[in-house]
Design a protein around this ligand. Structure first.
Ligand code: GLN
Length: 285
């Protein structure tokens, strides 16, 4: 007989051996999901024996996590801004830093007017879905180059907003016709792949092996997408329109320069909770 407590102890050891950080927390979150409980409920169920079926599902989860697959892919969902988003290996796992980006956009744009928003590289759709919830008057278009990512985004939109009221479309920001196809926006947002080639090689296996490479790195200096987005956004935004971008930890000044060169003004960099430059916003003159 294997009880909840036995299972937690054994699997924590197993995950530690595999180099998984916060092994106990991971073991508990996976077990709680198998048993359809909240993590803290496990503590009231230490003596409960696991059924054969539960053991099998848990074993499979642990095997995957032990191979360093991210917890969220194993569970099939990630929490973002208080909502559960379906995720799989086609999409970047939404990060807490990106909640800050969304928070900033919401706080600066709570007008009841109709505003049009474009999200470039939408992935799981986390940014537009939360924005639509928080700013119902917004008309939102979200693009991604990956059809598989768009499928996940549409599913999240149906699940979280009970409808598909965001316009999802496949598009490549490097397409020269992009600004012509997507024009006249009040706000453009992007959390682009900003990790440089050198920094990518230093990342943990969870990211390097399992998350979509095209969502994480430009395989260059990390600035490729900012240059292109600045270019496209200077055409796609209405005069006075705003650009909000997430940036990497040491990219603030360089991205500021890129935006200045493209004629953007009112540039402002915001730090995240770790005091790292994380968001840049600018306005088209
Ligand atoms: N927009 C998504 C996010 O912020 C995906 C970003 C990406 O794939 N680079 O999580």
């Amino acid at each position: 007989m294997l009880t909840v407590l036995d299972a937690i102890k054994l699997s924590t050891e197993y995950l530690e051996e595999k180099g998984v950080k916060e092994a106990r927390l991971n073991a508990e979150l996976l077990l709680a999901d198998v048993l359809k409980m909240k993590r803290l409920e496990l503590y009231l169920s230490y003596e409960k024996p696991l059924s054969e079926k539960e053991k099998n599902v848990y074993r499979e989860f642990l095997k995957r996590r032990g191979e360093r697959e991210p917890l969220q892919y194993v569970l099939g969902y990630a929490e973002f801004y208080g909502e559960k988003f379906v995720v799989n290996r086609s999409v970047l796992i939404p990060r807490p830093e990106t909640e800050l980006l969304v928070e900033k956009i919401v706080s600066e744009n709570l007008s009841p007017d109709l505003i049009s928003i474009l999200d470039i590289g939408t992935g799981s759709g986390n940014i537009p879905i939360i924005l639509k919830k928080e700013i119902p008057t917004a008309e939102i278009t979200a693009v991604d180059i990956s059809e598989d990512a768009l499928e996940v985004a549409r599913e999240n939109c149906r699940k979280i907003l009970n409808d598909e009221i965001i316009h999802f479309e496949k598009a490549d920001i490097f397409d020269i016709n992009f600004p012509r196809k997507f024009s006249n926006f009040d706000i453009i947002i992007s959390n682009p792949p900003y990790v440089s080639k050198d920094e990518f090689s230093e990342l943990e296996d969870e990211v390097k092996i399992f998350e979509p490479e095209i969502a994480v790195t430009d395989k260059s200096d990390g600035l490729t997408f900012y240059k292109r987005i600045a270019d496209a956004a200077s055409e796609s935004l209405k005069p006075g329109g705003k650009l909000y971008l997430e940036i990497g930890h040491n990219e603030g000044e360089e991205v500021k320069q890129i935006l200045t060169d493209k004629g953007f003004g009112k540039i402002e960099i915001t730090k995240d909770y770790a005091e790292i430059d994380r968001i840049i916003r600018a306005e088209k003159e």
